[in-house]
Design a protein around this ligand. Structure first.
Ligand code: NAP
Length: 254
């Protein structure tokens, strides 16, 4: 490909996006479709809104219903994507949850639930996809990390552990799989308007203090992650391995 714009083209690629029904996952699914990919949306809630948005671009959409709090659906997700669209080129580990409580009160249940969905399932889904991608000699895995991959935060111990762990796993998989043609990278969103941040945005003091630190002067909109996702999913990033790209309105620069 000589034209750099062509390097971002995803025509003919098959992308699996977890948690594609809403928020960041939905925005990434739509961005992939706009760039030419067929999309498999994986999750536990209705994907019909995402289906309409993807199909409006002229691309295909398929739903895999799965609860990602356990490993039970993992192998089936990869085999269904391959069966439906004839391959698997891109995996986005986006599904995630957050539980808030002071560290002194934090429960084992809130620890396990967040680690299981955000970290354990992301690793084993990457493993299942990675086995196929290594076999075909190419593939792109994108983990949705967080500012809590770099910082401590407060009142979210299992979330910080999961997202810091996800950054580590991103680097480990890149170190093992770069030579096999599989790119493993992450995107670290700053503060975006989604269900995940509803509680935070409803606390006036926290909300104001977060906003005052964002150099861009506003919260992000999920569609603003589309460019970074398409970059990491496309051949434009073929020599990019093991990195965590912040898309944060300048938060980390502060
Ligand atoms: P969201 O609207 O809460 O989306 C989370 C997604 O994960 C939803 O699709 C949700 O499905 C899915 N999910 C959660 N648990 C699941 C399970 N057990 N099985 C299947 N799907 C499950 O919030 P979001 O902001 O778009 O979050 C997407 C990712 O971005 C998360 O990993 C989050 O940690 C990360 N992130 C968000 C921000 C931000 O500012 N918003 C910042 C940094 C990182 P349901 O709708 O069915 O619950």
């Amino acid at each position: 490909m000589s034209n750099v714009a062509n390097a971002f083209d995803l025509t003919g690629r098959v992308a699996v996006v977890t948690g594609a029904n809403t928020g960041i996952g939905q925005a990434i699914a739509v961005a992939f479709a706009e760039a030419g990919a067929s999309v498999v949306g994986v999750g536990r809630s209705s994907m019909e809104e995402t289906r309409s948005l993807v199909e409006a671009t002229g691309r295909q959409f398929h739903t895999v219903t799965a609860d990602l709090s356990s490993l039970e659906p993992v192998k089936g997700i990869v085999s269904e994507a391959i069966e439906k669209f004839g391959g698997l080129d891109i995996l986005v580990n986006n599904a995630g949850i957050i539980r808030r409580a002071d560290a002194v009160d934090f429960t084992e249940e809130d620890w396990d639930a967040v680690i299981d969905t955000n970290l354990k399932t992301a690793f084993f889904l990457s493993q299942a996809a990675g086995r196929y991608m290594i076999g075909q000699g190419r593939g792109k895995i994108i983990n949705i990390a967080s500012m809590l991959s770099f910082q401590g935060g407060i009142r979210i111990p299992s979330y910080t552990a999961s997202k810091s762990g996800l950054a580590g796993i991103t680097r480990l998989l890149a170190c093992e799989w770069a030579v096999k043609g599989v790119n493993v990278n992450a995107i670290a969103p700053g503060y975006f308007v989604t269900n995940n941040t509803t509680a935070l945005r409803e606390e006036p003091d926290r909300s104001a203090s977060i906003l005052s630190r964002i150099p861009a002067g506003r919260w992000g909109s999920p569609s603003e992650l589309g460019g970074a996702a398409v970059f990491l999913a496309s051949s434009a990033s073929d020599y990019v391995h093991g990195t965590v790209i912040p898309v944060d309105g300048g938060w980390l620069a502060r």
